[in-house]
Design a protein around this ligand. Sequence first.
Ligand SMILES: *Cc1c(COP(=O)(O)O)cnc(C)c1O
Length: 356
Amino acid sequence: MLYFYPGPSKLYPTVRQYLSDAYDSGILSLNHRSQEFVNLSKSTISFLKEKLHIPQEYTIFFVSSATESWEIIAQSLSPQGSLHIFNGAFGQKWYEYTLKINEKAQSFPFGLNEEINIHFLPTIEIDTVCLTQNETSNGTQVSNETIAQISKKYQNSLIALDATSSLGGIEINWHYADITFASVQKCFGLPAGLGMMVCSPKAIRKGMEINEKKYYNSFIFLYENMQNWQTNYTPNVLNIYLLNRVLNDVLPIDLVSKQIKEQAKNWYGFLEKSYFSVLGKNPNTRSDTVIAVQGEENFIKAIKEKAKNQGIILGNGYGKWKNNTFRIANFPAITQEEIEALQDFLEKFISQEVSN
Ligand SMILES: *Cc1c(COP(=O)(O)O)cnc(C)c1O
């Protein structure tokens, strides 16, 4: 089977061996306050910093998922409200969940083919500005330049980035990102059930100042535990172990990012040349890691079915694009050969459609 689903997604083939190594190592039966766990946690965080070029002074937390990060940001970092700028289903969900926790949450939706124009954004004092850096539902992304502009406009706010389907695939400009979170079943090629939150010193200071302590996952508790490389609850040690091993293997993010961007360019060129219609029409906002292809409902259904019969799993559409798109993950674990196999399939499918 070839997996192009954008999460859960194709695992690195090495995961098979690492799973049994994890068992043999004994780490899975050890207490999460043990020295062995502390060593694993410390080493994984140092790999993350090294491979993703995260500044040393940033703090990384292990959480259970990206969704949990939405909750932590709403509960512990946004008492005076958050501004949610989004153009798709994940950004909207983030806003809606936040609104239930804090009615001061504000939304600023923008169009699928629009670039965020900072002059149209409201001039307000707000704790956090929430951006879905890579909108997995529609295959669009917010550029580092736009994030920089937003960060300058909201100097007193924290910039929170949902980079769930891009962290580990493309480079984040850490300078403008105060809280960046992701889960490992997208660009890290691992099974689901572990997330991470990368926080700037500014985010840590703000969390301390706010000092919210009402929940098991209050930011303060995360921070206190991480002082000893530990977590507030029993973490997914297996996945932390796998992340550690996979990070050891991957190239530094600048090289990974270069390759992912080249592959994305190749994908968009291929799709246009082959008469497929990319959902996002603006080349400046198309995602490098998740590609959404649009079509008639019947066409989308037929292509997914035929692909599946040939051992290729395409991603379903998501949210309001559920029935009229399919999605292709362009994640680091996917090989050039696999991409070529999918492109061959798509070319053949189209030529049969045309001749029918
Ligand atoms: C997948 C995804 C999520 C949810 O991730 P979980 O690990 O299921 O919490 C959130 N945001 C974006 C942009 C995603 O792609």
